[in-house]
Every structure is written in structure tokens, then in C-alpha cells.
Write a protein that binds this ligand. Structure first.
Ligand code: SF4
Ligand code: SF4
Length: 443
């Protein structure tokens, strides 16, 4: 039976704001000993989570307390990098007197926020291979998600936070109505300062290159890093599968560096990207056998964008071969590699973790500052396009008609109670002017 809290965050449309948008009511209805707020925010240059914590520490702490209570946990922990000294002081004050809450200070390495790394660093427990944090009694949520949980009783998720940085006049973090276009967000940051701008949507490491800025912001928007189309990172990320496979097939010398620095391998998981590279030399069953070394990849892309001395793309190749295996219904549970063995962290792990500053240099982003302060001035868009699917699960079905007047926070799309998903709400007041796989509202 879902708790009142779980039902409230479902009604409010709360989903994991830091990733794919998994509906948060599912986690809130589980039982766990530990709740971790993931404030690692390890993508270089992005800082919306830091800005939320700086401006709304009380809300985040309140959301954490609600979640700790809902899942029956003994403790709630905010995991944040030790480099954020001022923020650590603010959070220490915000949790003062709350005996179940504490902070855990993380090293400034990439990808400190990967759930498997985070759970190990905070609790000392390794999630079983192919498992989820709940299997070691842990629930993990990102900062914005917990903030949205704190507000859920009063207001649904209608705004999103994102950092707009890189080659823009005024790098900043913004809180904007969901459905506003990326181009409006870039304009609010003063506009691009390069001739032919493209954006790394979601970050330099795990984000995608986009050059059509008409895309609307969603509940999972995290940040836009603007760079010029001529930046080497654009070529690296946008080359595509055929080019990655061809270069990998002809150039990989099996040096194994991609594996030796892989954060999941260093935790003891059976992932070895250099063996996935070998799969490119085979066809049919042999290819499938080698490809299975990608099944536990988290797609952090460290091997593609940092580790490989040949500038190959083992991380991208892991992602595509893994998707192929999933199509053929091969996953870790039924993989031939699954020996049911417990993972054991590598003794050299602490010395092989990659500092963020070094990563930033390798990415060619060292010229951009880390400062992107939150601006909270209201923004009143003329129009928003709110996607009906911003979450894992089934898309919401529109509950409004063209011509209908709606108020900000009204439900405009919903998902049946027995299906995975959450309702969608109007982010501005106005008239519904179009319905496709989005609802367009004109003020
Ligand atoms: S690091 Fe690059 S060259 Fe070395 S094994 Fe991995 S993909 Fe091949
Ligand atoms: S992208 Fe590369 S480094 Fe990251 S988990 Fe996958 S194989 Fe390991």
C-alpha cells in the first residue's frame, strides 16, 4: 500500500531530476535503511544542484526528512564534494539538531555521482552486479528531486533548474517553467559568444550535442554547455556509431587503459571495455560473447573522453553493443558472464580516480569558469511546449482540449494509476493551443 507521501509525490509529478526521470513515488514506497541525497554533481561546469543547496538548504533537508520517514530509514545522508567548503558549512547548520541526518564528503573525482560509486563511497557496501541500491538497503535521489519532494504537498513540478554555461555572455543557473525552449534559456544567459554555437545538453561527458535549440526544457533538464561547432569535443561526440566502430576496429591496440581506469571495473564489476573493443573484430556468436563485457557499463564515457590514448570511443561502443544485447533480451541476469560472484573493489582504486580539473583540461573546457550563480527573477514566456513523456514508463495522455483555458499547476496529462508514470502539469497559465506528443500553452 503506497504511503500518503508516495501518493503525494506521484500526484505532484515528481521524477528523478538527475537522470532518466524514474518516477520517484516508486522509491518512496520502498523500505530502506539509508537515504542518500546525491549532490556529487560531477559533470564539469554544471552546478544546478550546488545552487539549489545554496539557495534552498531548508527545502532539501525537509525533503530528505520526509523521504527518510517514508521509507523507514535510520539515516539520511547528503553526499557532497568536500571542495564546496561554504556549502558544507551551510548544510552543517541546516542539519544541526537532526540526529538522523549527516553529510558525507566526497573527493572531487569523476564520476563520483554514479550510484554504484556513491553507494560504495558513502556506505562501504557494493551493490550486487546488475542490481540496484535497494538491494543493499539504500535509496538514492538527486538534489532537485528531493527539493521537489519537499514542495510536493503544496505545488507540483512545474519549474526546472538548469545551468547555462560555456560560451555564453553571462553563465548562470536558471529556474524556468517546464516547456520553455532551450533558445530562451540561452538568451537569458546573455546569448552565445561564439559564431556557430552548439550545446552539450546534459553535460560534457554524458550529454548529447544539439544544435536545434527549439527543444523544450523538461523535468530532467540539467544544463547546457555552449561551445563552438569547431570544438574537438563536438567532433568526438557527434561522429556516430559507424565511425566509432571503424576506428575501433582498425586502431585499438588492446592497451587496456580503458578498463584499468573504468570506475565500475575499479569497484570489482565484470566490465572490461577493451574486451568489448575486441568484439568489433568478430561476427555473430563470438561478437555477442565479447560484447557482454559491456553489460555493466554506466555510460559515464570516461574511457572515451579521458582514458583512451588513441582517442577511440570504447564507452560509446559499450553503449551501442549493450543496446544491441538488450534488443536480443540478453542482460546481466542471464549473461554467460554472470558467475553470481560478489564484487570486490580494486586495491588501486583510490589512486586511479580521475580528478575533475584534469578531466576539464582533457575535454578542452579549462577556459570556462565554474561560476554560474542562480538567478531567481521571474520569467514569463509567451508560450510553452510541455512534453507528455518526461519520465520512465508510459507517456501521459492529455486531459485537456485545444482552446481550453488552464492555470499554472493544473493537470494537463495523466497516467492510469496502475501504470508506471506521473501526471504532467501546466507550467504557465493560458490557453491550450496545440496537442501532439506535447501540450502547447499560449499565455
Ligand atoms: S584504451 Fe583505447 S586503445 Fe587501449 S584498449 Fe581501450 S580502446 Fe583500445
Ligand atoms: S563508459 Fe567506459 S569507463 Fe564508463 S562505465 Fe562504461 S566502460 Fe567504464
Amino acid at each position: 500500500m503506497p504511503s500518503d507521501f508516495s501518493q503525494a509525490i506521484r500526484r505532484a509529478g515528481v521524477v528523478g531530476a538527475g537522470g532518466a526521470g524514474f518516477p520517484s513515488y516508486v522509491k518512496a514506497a520502498s523500505k530502506a535503511q539509508t537515504v542518500i541525497v546525491n549532490a556529487a554533481e560531477c559533470e564539469p561546469l554544471l552546478q544546478k544542484d550546488q545552487e539549489i543547496l545554496l539557495n534552498f538548504p531548508g527545502e532539501v533537508v525537509h525533503g530528505l526528512e520526509l523521504l527518510v520517514s517514508a521509507v523507514g530509514a535510520l539515516r539520511g545522508i547528503i553526499a557532497i564534494k568536500e571542495k564546496h567548503g561554504d556549502l558544507v558549512k551551510i548544510l552543517t547548520q541546516a542539519i544541526a539538531g537532526k540526529s538522523a541526518l549527516s553529510l558525507h564528503l566526497l573527493r572531487d573525482v569523476y564520476p563520483a555521482g554514479d550510484e554504484f560509486c556513491l553507494v560504495f563511497d558513502v556506505t562501504g557496501k557494493l551493490i550486487p552486479m546488475g542490481g540496484i541500491p535497494l538491494e543493499v538497503g539504500v535509496v538514492v535521489n538527486n538534489v532537485e528531486t528531493v527539493y521537489n519532494m519537499a514542495l510536493a504537498a503544496k505545488t507540483p513540478v512545474v519549474d526546472t533548474f538548469l545551468t547555462v554555461t560555456g560560451a555564453v555572455k553571462n553563465p548562470c543557473t536558471l529556474r524556468l517553467p517546464i516547456g520553455v525552449s532551450q533558445s530562451e534559456a540561452i538568451a537569458l544567459a546573455g546569448g552565445a559568444t561564439v559564431k556557430d554555437p552548439v550545446a552539450l545538453d546534459g553535460g560534457a561527458m554524458m550529454g548529447q550535442v544539439v544544435d536545434d535549440f527549439s527543444k523544450p526544457l523538461t523535468k530532467t533538464s540539467g544544463g547546457l554547455i555552449i561551445i563552438d561547432r569547431s570544438h574537438p569535443l563536438v567532433r568526438r561526440k557527434a561522429a556516430g556509431r559507424a565511425a566509432f566502430d571503424l576506428a575501433g576496429k582498425s586502431t585499438c591496440d588492446q592497451c587496456t587503459l580503458c578498463t584499468e581506469l573504468c570506475p565500475r571495473y575499479l569497484l570489482g564489476y565484470d566490465i572490461q571495455p577493451h574486451k568489448v573493443m575486441r568484439s568489433l573484430l568478430f561476427s555473430s556468436q563470438d561478437r555477442k560473447t565479447w560484447s557482454q563485457w559491456s553489460l555493466l557499463c554506466c555510460e559515464c564515457k570516461l574511457c572515451s573522453l579521458f582514458s583512451c590514448p588513441e582517442n577511440l570511443n570504447p564507452g560509446d561502443i559499450c553503449a551501442s553493443t549493450r543496446a544491441d544485447l538488450f534488443q536480443e533480451k540478453i542482460n546481466w541476469k542471464n549473461s554467460a558472464l554472470n558467475r553470481q560472484a560478489p564484487p570486490k573493489d580494486h586495491p588501486l582504486r583510490p589512486w586511479r580516480q580521475i580528478p575533475t580539473f584534469q578531466l576539464k583540461v582533457k575535454l578542452g573546457l579549462e577556459g570556462y569558469g565554474d561560476d554560474a550563480p542562480l538567478r531567481l527573477e521571474p520569467y514569463a514566456p509567451k508560450k510553452v511546449r510541455i512534453p507528455l513523456k518526461q519520465h520512465v514508463g508510459v507517456p501521459a495522455q492529455p486531459t485537456v482540449k485545444i482552446g481550453q483555458t488552464v492555470q499554472r499547476t493544473d493537470v494537463i496529462g495523466d497516467v492510469p494509476e496502475d501504470r508506471l508514470g506521473v501526471p504532467i502539469h501546466a507550467s504557465i497559465s493560458g490557453q491550450v493551443t496545440a496537442i501532439q506528443d506535447f501540450v502547447e500553452i499560449t499565455a
